[in-house]
Design a protein around this ligand. Structure first.
Ligand SMILES: Cc1cc2nc3c(=O)[nH]c(=O)nc-3n(C[C@H](O)[C@H](O)[C@H](O)COP(=O)(O)O)c2cc1C
Length: 398
């Protein structure tokens, strides 16, 4: 199949992107004590050099409160100490002709707190997550079974309810981080709102039991997200792109489903988003967010595309033929790649050069996710160079 369609430029808000291939946000645990160090810089540079038009930098908390429950070695982005590394990163990515957005998180909600660690997550309500074997990809489950000391556990710590004052602080910290993103040179901000993290927790009737203006009706459950969008938009204006990531369906029976998520997508686009990035499920339904086959999110993406008129980004397309067909058929506008480019950061260049058959294919063993869940730096079973990019100068030099 011809793949030219993947290399047509696209405009996202004020940003011109050279092709339809993006790094879907991918937490790496590569930070140097929460700062951008050589490994982060080299990994993202390798991906930009590998031909992706857009990199969405991994989920990044906007304040110490937003970060406090993280069990991961993630990057932070709120103080002057976080800026120089991020600026080097942006410059390096730009030097290879790619654009870079940052996925900013107002908090991790019920996720990412280790049981018994004494760190209590803050969420809309007093709830926790429980991952069940039947809802996880087998490849991930087997890691848990063989590793009694996994850092991430199958059941999360019970959360404490955020007060209205704390909600206000989360929103103003978000706006501050957006100003920082503009000043650092990022081309866009993506609101981290899928997968059972804080914004998703507010949307979901399973996780949000509030009786105030942030709970109950869909209008109330959407309020936190919509306030973040408007706070972000107010400071960003049209200088850089603003997007959000939404799970098309939480997949928990008593959670938020596709019909309501479509309404969330519509209201979010109307509030000023320049694009929408789709995902699926949540930690309790991990088999949906890291699917074992291609194309599982396309129907949901189309459902969103029917009701909004901004570009949509969709992951879960490992085969370049499937990716090209999805764009050709108008099912998505941009293809987001996570595991495929961990396996082969040259994925985009190989497709563009007619060498798709030379791509080192991701085998969906989900070792990368195991590393993440275990608070280790991401590694790949088919790409032994993954995580070592800082030592590979050939990759970095043109
Ligand atoms: C190691 C790893 C880290 C991830 N980190 C994030 C993240 O920071 N934010 C996010 O929204 N999704 C994250 N995801 C989900 C991916 O963006 C993507 O939606 C998912 O892996 C499915 O796409 P794929 O089949 O191309 O891997 C992560 C996935 C992996 C494998």
């Amino acid at each position: 199949m011809a793949h030219e369609v993947l290399f047509k430029p696209i405009k996202v808000g004020p940003v011109e992107i050279k092709n339809r291939l993006a790094l879907a946000p991918t937490n790496t645990n590569y930070s140097d004590n929460h700062l951008v160090g050589d490994q982060t810089l080299s990994w993202y540079t390798t991906l930009a050099k590998g031909g992706l038009g857009l990199l969405v930098f991994e989920a990044t908390p906007v304040s110490s409160e937003a970060a406090e429950t993280s069990i991961y070695n993630i990057h932070h982005f709120w103080g002057p100490e976080h800026v120089p590394g991020m600026r080097r990163l942006v410059e390096s990515v730009h030097s290879h002709g790619a654009k870079i957005f940052i996925q900013l998180s107002p908090g991790l909600g019920i996720q990412a707190a280790k049981r018994g660690s004494g760190v209590i997550p803050k969420a809309p309500s007093r709830v926790n997550f429980r991952m069940q074997a039947e809802n996880m990809p087998e490849s991930i489950l087997k890691w848990f079974a063989g590793n009694p000391n996994m850092v991430m556990e199958l059941e999360g710590e019970m959360a404490e309810e955020l007060t209205e004052e704390e909600i206000e602080r989360r929103i103003s910290a978000y706006a501050q981080a957006c100003i920082l993103a503009v000043n650092t040179g990022f081309d866009g901000v993506e609101i981290h709102s899928p997968h059972g993290y804080l914004v998703h927790d507010f949307l979901s009737p399973r996780y949000n039991k509030r009786t105030d203006a942030y709970g109950g009706s869909l209008e109330n459950r959407m309020r936190f997200l919509l306030r973040i969008i408007s706070a972000a938009k107010e400071v960003i204006e049209s200088r850089i792109a603003l997007g959000a990531r939404l799970s098309i369906d939480e997949r928990n029976e008593d959670g938020i489903h596709f019909d309501e998520m479509r309404q969330v997508a519509m209201a979010s686009a109307k509030a000023g988003l320049d694009y929408l990035s789709v995902s699926d499920g949540c930690y309790e339904q991990a088999k949906y967010f890291a699917p074992d086959e291609d194309g599982t999110m396309l129907e949901g993406a189309m459902g969103f595309k029917d009701v909004i008129d901004v570009p949509v980004m969709t992951p879960g397309l490992h085969n370049p033929d499937h990716a090209a067909a999805a764009i050709e058929d108008g099912k998505t506008d941009i293809v987001g790649l996570s595991r495929p480019v961990i396996a082969d950061p040259e994925w985009a260049n190989k497709v563009q050069n007619g060498e798709a058959d030379r791509i080192r294919r991701c085998v969906r063993c989900n070792h990368c996710i195991f590393c993440l869940f275990n608070s280790r730096a991401v590694r790949c079973t088919v790409n032994r160079q993954n995580g070592q990019e800082r030592f590979n100068l050939n990759r970095l030099l043109k």
